[in-house]
Design a protein around this ligand. Sequence first.
Ligand code: KIV
Ligand code: ZN
Length: 512
Amino acid sequence: MTDRVYIFDTTLRDGEQSPGASMNTNEKLRLATRLERLGVDVIEAGFPAASEGDFEAVSEIAGKIKDCQVAGLCRAGKSDIDRAWGAIQHAANPRIHTFIATSDIHLEYKLKMNREEVLQAAVDAVKYAKSFTDNVEFSAEDGSRSDPDYLCKVFGAAIEAGATVVNLPDTVGYAIPGEFAEMAKYVIEHTPNMHRAVLSVHCHNDLGLATANTLAAISVGARQAEVTVNGIGERAGNTSLEEVVMALHTRPNYLPMETGIQTEHIHPTSRLVSMITGMMVQPNKAIVGANAFAHEAGIHQDGVLKNPMTYEIMRPETVGLNKNQLVLGKHSGRHALRSRLKEMGYDLSDEELNLVFQRFKDLADKKKHVLDEDLEVIVTEGILRTAEIFQLTYLHVTAGTSVMPMASVELSINGRKVRAADWGNGPIDSAFNTIAKLTGTESELLRFSVSALTGGTDAQGEVTVRLRENGLVALGRGADPDIITASAKAYINGLNRLEYLKTHPVTASQTL
Ligand code: KIV
Ligand code: ZN
């Protein structure tokens, strides 16, 4: 007899709080559609009171997503709840997710409220949320460091007020699995009317224990897991969706629970998240890292060839790897491209397809086999980033052992073409200097990294940069068979993200 664990995805809310990982509305919509296809139960689309941009993105997602619930986060106060409801009210299945901290340290130093006042605020918030929808989740921020009896009292009152899900967060990533399981069990056994609600858990990864803590709580009865794709999130991140889902999938003998996740969509979703946030997945990351299924040791390779189960506990195909790897080449037509993109989850308009087809042809001229990863980049750069202010239209660099490195660049800035040339310490430095001059920006380059998007000597180079300007930090990502062009694209993408942050100021504290 298996039980259902509900997957609540917060990549678009807690995940977006990763330093620099901001996404524009187009990108968020694309990701939400992908999460719906992945089969998550709830998409937490954002924190509508935080900024106009968040409100707008959450409303658009709510209007589009049909097959899963869309949640809007709000603090326990009327104006936040009004904003959240305003953004999600048109969703097919909206959820208000309201929260307030319950640990003494948060009460004393952050909220400056006593326990009775917090309890009352929680009840008032749930009741007010309930006046809009029956689907209300209540979270006790810093729950893992709260007094368990007080926590049960607050949860009981929230359930009495109408909450259908109560969430126990390990906000600061402090819990240890055995201890967290005990706490979840205590909550289940001591919260009045707990049978009327689902217990959810939400863990952070500061001690690298987020997945372990989440599974420990599930093993004693928690039935909603709050997670993010690739485990992105503030500081060390959140519980990773793919780890929890694949642990349940791989160990049904120990954890006999199922989820609604279509596991073969895990890898493509992971790639999309890293593409649009600019956050690379570490190669040894469980499930979705580049090395997760790579067997180097001869003895392992030999075993896997004889029977994959000797060293593989999951098949790569189960998480969407290695299927249809070889996709298209320069003779492939528009029809083949459209159908491959459709399989990847991209239903493009004729106009979008024309644009992608042109870029695909350009790439296929330079690269023999165009793989899913390449198509993903084309769609991300060509369709999802169309609202960008700065676009690269021309780049020429000279460099070598006996020439001064020089770059000539043409950019389109809000549709207006501008050109300049400048020199630097090397071709990338000269390209960056010229771009900075043309855009009038003064960002500091905090990180620069290069890797290959796929295998093969003709693979596209993938560059990630981290930029800082006036206290704002943004990541940028670019890919191209030419590494200098990839670098220029990444730099420009980072500058566009900084512009986005400048024009979408956060008005409520997003640091929860
Ligand atoms: O970490 C946390 O406590 C949160 C809550 C708002 C659920 O993100
Ligand atoms: Zn969190």
